[in-house]
Design a protein around this ligand. Structure first.
Ligand code: GDP
Ligand code: MG
Ligand code: K
Length: 276
């Protein structure tokens, strides 16, 4: 049967392990990532005629490459190119969790969002319009409560639907116009100067990483000309926005996140029980 390679990503403490246990049950195999003492969980099982190979990535808040956990996650996502990535988010803390989601979208891999801790969000009066979230992100989003084994089958169905879908999603989460134009120009330059980079790495993630100086995932030397172009970009951005390029990119991601968050999350007052 056909193999679907699935990677499970998410911030620490979002219920990744609980969810994987609920999905994989006794098929779970626990080892270590090569060379480090960070736990690696894997599972293989059959579902709807497919063989699903599932790998649990280390919990990370971002994919900026500066911790051992982030390096493992980025390397795996770029080199192994999983067929589908499940992004496990904590529904009670969507705003913070969406930072990783935005970066996963920059990697241009097929994505499914598991809105985990759905039960806890409900108890806290947090209502998430997950269908609207799906439309804004162009990916499937599935409410799950891993501890209660709820939403697990729906999540796997969304993984298969995403895998079977032929066309790539059309949503791109756009930064501010001028910045987008600059990013397009840098991609054009890379096509001229060092096109092999675009064969090896997803273009948006590549450009943003070059700008941010997170290049440890890049296995070949960057040409001096490309380095100069990136440096020039940083200087232009400094003049234009009066802030450094790294801050600019991070703030642009946050402004996307805040806009999404405000459109999908409503908070209701919670009835408290008076026990005096
Ligand atoms: P990980 O760090 O992402 O692997 O998270 P864990 O699976 O270790 O879960 C962190 C904590 O959240 C544990 O205490 C879990 O029992 C709890 N947890 C996981 N999923 C859910 C859920 O859907 N609802 C609730 N209420 N708690 C959950
Ligand atoms: Mg875990
Ligand atoms: K909890």
């Amino acid at each position: 049967s056909k193999v679907i390679k699935v990677a499970v990503a998410g911030n620490p403490n979002t219920g990744k392990t609980t969810l994987i246990n609920a999905i994989a049950g006794t098929n779970l195999h626990v080892g270590n990532w090569p060379g480090v003492t960070i736990e690696k969980k894997e599972a293989r099982f059959k579902y709807r005629g497919y063989e699903i190979h599932l790998v649990d990535l280390p919990g990370t808040y971002s994919l900026s490459n500066d911790t051992a956990e982030e390096k493992i996650a980025v390397d795996f996502l770029i080199k192994e190119k999983p067929d589908v990535v499940i992004d496990v988010v904590d529904s009670t803390n969507l705003e913070r969790n969406l930072y990783l989601t935005v970066q996963l979208l920059e990697l241009e891999l097929p994505l499914v969002v598991a809105l985990n801790m759905w039960d806890e969000a409900k108890a806290k009066g947090i209502e998430i319009d997950y269908q609207k979230l799906e439309r804004l992100l162009c990916v499937k989003a599935v409410p799950t409560s891993a501890v209660k084994n709820e939403g697990v089958k729906e999540l796997l169905d969304a993984v298969i639907e995403t895998y079977e879908k032929k066309e790539k999603p059309v949503c791109v989460l756009h930064f501010e116009d001028q910045l987008e134009e600059e990013i397009r120009q840098i991609i054009k330059k890379i096509e001229e100067i060092q096109p092999v980079l675009l064969d090896l790495y997803p273009k948006r993630y590549l450009v943003l990483s070059l700008i941010e100086g997170n290049t440890s995932f890049i296995d070949i030397p960057i040409t001096e000309e490309l380095n100069r172009i990136i440096q020039q970009f940083r200087e232009n951005m400094q003049k234009l926005y009066h802030k450094d390029a790294v801050t600019l990119i991070v703030e642009e991601r946050y402004s996307i996140i805040i806009s999404i968050y405000e459109q999908v999350v409503k908070k209701h007052p919670v009835k408290t029980v008076d026990i005096t």
